[in-house]
Design a binder for this molecule. Sequence first.
Ligand code: TEU
Length: 543
Amino acid sequence: QSKAPWWRSAAIYQIYPRSFADGSGDGVGDLAGVRARLAHLADLGVDAVWFNPFYLSPQADAGYDVTDYRVIDPLFGDLEQTEALIAEAHALGIRIVIDIVPNHTSSANPWFQAALAAGPGSPERERFWFRPGRGADGAEPPTNWEGHFGGSTWTRVVEPDGQPGEWYLHLFDAAQPDWNWQHPDVRAEFESVLRFWFDRGVDGFRIDSAALPVKDPALPDVADGDDTPFTDREEVHEIYRAWRAVADSYPGDRVLIGEIWLPDASRLARYLGPDEMHTVFNFPFLGCAWEADKLREVIDSTLSLHDPVGAPPTWVLSNHDVDRVVTRYGREDTSFAIYARQLGRPVDLDLGTRRARAAALLTQALPGSVYVYQGEELGLWEVEDIPDELRQDPMWERKGRNPADPGRDGCRVPLPWSGPEPPFGFSPEGATEPPWLPQPEAWKGYTVEGQAADPGSMLSLYRNGLRLRHEIEGLGDAPFAWLDAPADVLAFERGAGFACVVNFGAEPAAQPVAGRVLLASGPLAEDGRIPADTAVWIAREES
Ligand code: TEU
């Protein structure tokens, strides 16, 4: 057992609460469902769980519109249940990471409601970004900024006198007003929320949209594609330095994990280090095509970014915002990756599955922490044929219901646990509602129960990989180094005893590393060669 803090090499499972397991029978996943399914996480061998938001919320953006950061939404459970869940997970050796959303709140938040009621010029409005509009009668938004879900970042309010009045800023949906982080109340409130949850035993926070909270108070117009007035401002680092001090004041290695989408890797590195965040998500890797050269480049740049600041890298294949990995890798052109959802582009699920299996072993063998988004361990694919009237992602609506970009619902479909037909054990017997999004019939071949019994399943691969990850010493903190390998093959060692080899080529490749095969993502050729889109873990022979 190494003494390095747990988060340096953790496998972290992402639970999207509304789609993991439904204990109450209303067709929406909840904390009772999670408590009943903790054994799945223990069997899988993960070290921690990260929960997407379960706080009180009108659910305009699936809980990323938070009304009260200290209250659990009744849809999911209550505080008592959350405390019981934390204790039960800890008893199984599983840490708990929860989401915190500092950029914005919900328009139902009492402080925002108070700001609306208090009117222009009131101190209540200063906790947000209220501004008069431009043009005749202030009917034009204060800036030309475009939001992440499309459209203007400003919405005009009706003032207490019944007249159209000021506008407020929201980088996401209109139901998600942005906080003004220059305001001391906002800073104090969030630090108190951190303490509230640390006091209840949570092991860390995943910080939502972490580069966005601070804005240029001059609120300048931008040229097309320029986001500098509202992204990655210098002052944002003050927030996280203060948060780090809070985290460090608690025993037991509490962790801050940043969700930061920045194209410039050197800017990303500035969020990491001993007085800021412990780790950040690796989106360049998530967005990378399934190609040896490109992946090698991303791995190199990731390591050279993290090593100097002493932070462990993270490896992410999917999450609740992007197309599922089996689908992305099953497309002819994998460089479309996450940025353009392409409904109806042909997908070869067998190919995508083979690659996703190889990618699982690749990511689990790299140094740092590795994320598993619920359903990834089952090889679930993006559900592309959700009827429009059932789609719930506000992005889909705001972007004008574009059939080529159907939003993020397709990766959020409730998990199949058991049985031959929907709801596949997602909801209990006698449930009053069907799952909130329909599950494909074909998932009858992909349930947890079915896959647990099949040594060749995706689930078995994940279980074996994550178990070996704990057992193989090199996978803890042994140094990473590339090994010589043919074109289209990536091979690296973790210390002298362990190597991972991945063949990205179309033809079987000769095994470049001598040793015993510990685990392979698919069957090897009879002569030991590694087939296309296959990864192997090797215990190297003493030389
Ligand atoms: O996402 C942040 C974010 O930057 C999104 O715009 C992301 O780029 C997009 O979803 C990719 O398709 C976080 C959460 O992960 C997301 O679910 C929330 O909707 C968003 O913040 C607002 O809280």
